[in-house]
Structures are given as C-alpha cells and as structure tokens.
Write a protein that binds this ligand. Sequence first.
Ligand SMILES: *Cc1c(COP(=O)(O)O)cnc(C)c1O
Length: 378
Amino acid sequence: MSFAAPAIKSFQPPRRTLMGPGPSDVPQRILDAMARPTIGHLDPAFTDMMEETKQLLRYAFQTENKLTFPVSGPGSVGMETCFVNLVEPGDKAIVCINGVFGGRMLENVKRAGGIPVVVEDNWGEPVDVAKVADAFAANPDAKILAFVHAETSTGAQSDAKALAEIAHKHGALVIMDCVTSLGGTPVLIDEWGIDAAYSGSQKCLSCKPGLSPVTFGARAIEKVKTRKTPVQSWFMDLNLVLGYWSGEGKRTYHHTAPINSLYGLHEALVILAEEGIENAWARHRAMHEQLKAGLEKLGMRFVVAEDARLPQLNSVYIPEGVDDAAARARLLNEFNLEIGAGLGALAGKIWRIGLMGYSARPENVDYCLKALEAVLKA
Ligand SMILES: *Cc1c(COP(=O)(O)O)cnc(C)c1O
C-alpha cells in the first residue's frame, strides 16, 4: 500500500487565545515541563514526583484524603471512575440535572446498573436544595447523591455544602463533579464532606487535557472494598489502580502512566501552590468582575442570576440579529480567539466565555472585550 506524503510535515498549531469552556491557555512553563525527557513510569525519580503530585492535589482539593490522584484519562474518565466503583447494580442514586454534565451522570448511573432518581432544574439555575431534600424523603433507600458543582454548559454553581449535608443525613455517599470549579472557585472536599470527586486538568488548572484528578474519602473506599460484585471496568477498578498509585514505594504495574503529561500536571499544581489557592480564587473573581463590566457596556446579558454565577464560565445571550457561527468564526480567524458556543437547549442562543486558570488575566479580558466589540459592530 502506498501513501501520499503528509501535507502536515510537523504540526504547528496556530497561536490562539483560549477563552471557551476548556481547554484554557497553557502557560509556557507547563509546556516546557512536558517537553522534558520521558523516563520509566516505575523509575524512582518519577514515583517521587507522583508522590508530590498527590500531595499537591490534596492542597487543590483541600482534603486530607489519602486516595487522591490523577486518573489517566480526561474528566469523563474521572467521572466514570467514580460511578463504576461506587454504584453497584441495584443501588438507588439521586442524580441532579441542571445542564449537560448532570445528564452524563445519569447515563453513568444507568450503565453501572443503578436505579436513578432524577432531580431536574432549569438550565442556568443551580440545583434546588429543597427538591433534593424531597427526593431523599421519597427515596430513603437512596445510596448515592450525584451533582455537578460547576455546570460548564450554563455557568451555574450549586451549593455543594448544603447538598452534601442532605445526603449525609440520609446515609448516602456524595459524588461531585468539580471539573470546572477546581482551582477557580472554592472546592472544600473535607469541609463539605464530599465522599468522591473528580476534576480535569484543562480547565482552571490550565494544564493540557487528558488527566482527571480524583479524590475518595474513607466512606467511599469502604463502599468499594465491600462491593458484592466486582467493578465491571478493569481499567477503572480502584482496587487495582490502588496498587500503582498508593504503593508507597513498592509500586506494581497497572498501566503505563502518561508520563510527560504528569510532568505538566505537577508543574500546574506547583504554580497553583506558588500563587496560593485563595489568591487564585480571588483572581478568577476579579477577572470576572472586569469582564462583566465590559460585557454589560456592550449591552450583553448574563444567563445565570448573579448569586449563582461562576466567575470562570460566563454565559451571555447572543445579541439579537447576530449570527452565532459567523461571529465565532470571525473571532477565531481574525482574532485567534476561541469562545464557547451554547450546548443542547442553549445552542445558538448563548456564548460561553471562559476565564479559567492562566486565561483569567487582565490582558485576556481586555483582548476578548475588544474583539467582541469589533465583531458585534460589524
Ligand atoms: C469538561 C467537563 C467534563 C468532561 O471533561 P473532559 O476532560 O472533557 O472529559 C465533565 N464535567 C464538567 C462539568 C466539565 O466542564
């Protein structure tokens, strides 16, 4: 078989400014870290770095949980890791849906053989705590509560602490999606009593996509260890992954870790620790305020009410008469600026402007506002 000479001899990506729902801009320091030589994943130098990565992740999650590590896979694999381990066939799970990602949680519960009880809220609104309390009252045998802390499809943040409290009153475990919140707004795993949580490397941590930090508390581990049925996924079975990630020196082979990607995650977490997590939260908030002032000057309206708005994901209605696809194409082609389109019911109606991690900087906000102004004028 012959092949045509590749048109792309060595891929040179265009220089973009990423202000969508992720990935966010990756700082050069992280790109440099990932370009260092690949070593063996059982090399002591590598495993030392992994130990420190776990420590740094505990800081990011604000937890003492020993079982805190990056799953080798995107946020979706972190999500699936939580569900396949914690939902056994026949387990009742209350699933909150107020956007795209809650819908994926529902799909995970079904595929794990669980019995879902759905609590639905309008897209753009936070999860209604009273409805969750009612769902538990009607289903006292529910074993799991699952919700998305920061709904990236809408920009709404839910009250994780209040939701976890209700679940614990009923003896249920809490699975929380904090893919978009980690590093951008407070994620307080221990203070809120979250039993299992998953995140992603490419949102407010500003690393490359493809890694999913997860954390599991004692009650969640107990559930995994006392399952009556084996976890149906070999790759994601925590009982097996543990042999690699919690070996404390004597690690066994499970899968080949994405070595260079993990250099990048380590660097991203060092950057977060250097800045200080409270400062990172404050920076996201300040950049949101700056963006909001500019967007309102342009006459744009926010989708989410002020008290539930995520600073790192700004959903605004597309102004009347503006062609969604054409405007975003101009932003990309003329300004090298990526913003996010609406998803599902909000497709064609909203834009999602991300201020995640390294993208949450004053120069990005200014640049985005200038580009939007130019495109909206046309
Ligand atoms: C991005 C995202 C995911 C999925 O992460 P991937 O890395 O794309 O698999 C899950 N949940 C939320 C809330 C997200 O924003």
